[in-house]
Design a protein. Structure first.
Length: 77
């Protein structure tokens, strides 16, 4: 994975995907959540919900632990 992917800017309400399993936090790679709080420049509170939209858990993640999902086209670097 490129350095750029892990360091692209992240902001409040971005949709993100966990990059690696994190059993201690109850997360698996690929799990999708939304940033609900910016705790520090590279630390975020992410909310994970079930398919009905009910909150399953909140997790504090560092920027290098998730991928920001993009819906609009972007040019490759």
């Amino acid at each position: 994975m490129s350095f750029l992917v892990k360091t692209a800017p992240a902001k409040l309400l971005d949709t993100v995907a966990v990059l690696e399993d994190q059993p201690a936090k109850g997360l698996v790679a690929g799990q999708v959540g939304a940033i609900v709080e910016v705790l520090a420049p590279d630390v975020f509170e992410v909310e994970f919900c079930d398919p009905q939209g009910r909150t399953q858990l909140f997790a504090e993640l560092r920027r290098t632990e998730f991928l920001v999902l993009r819906y609009e086209p972007a040019l490759a670097a």
